[in-house]
Design a protein around this ligand. Sequence first.
Ligand SMILES: [Zn+2]
Length: 128
Amino acid sequence: MSKKDDTHWKTKLNEEQYRVLREKGTEAPFSGEFLDLKEDGMFHCAGCGAKLFDSETKFDSGTGWPSFTDAIPGAVNFEEDRSHGMKRTEVTCAKCGGHLGHVFDDGPEDKGGKRYCINSCALDFKEK
Ligand SMILES: [Zn+2]
């Protein structure tokens, strides 16, 4: 990341968003504003505004983070994450590279078996 980019993100994002999106942090469970949101709409990247998740794919995983069974096709990238002694798959915004969360294979089986575990503060919500 260039210095210019870093200044851009520090201006655009609040402290928590910067920590999650740019430094791969994780918000505290059950703290996010979108956890229990059930309205119809679209979740966008809080960094660049790209469409990431449709509310139709959102489900209650009980983990404390907004969870989705699928992302908008092509909207996210996947990267292997071996931090904290675990092997996980990191989910990033395909447009700006911001860290969103992780994807796991223990989601609802009738919806494809994926669980996208995403930080609320990495998202913006636009009601339909
Ligand atoms: Zn983005």
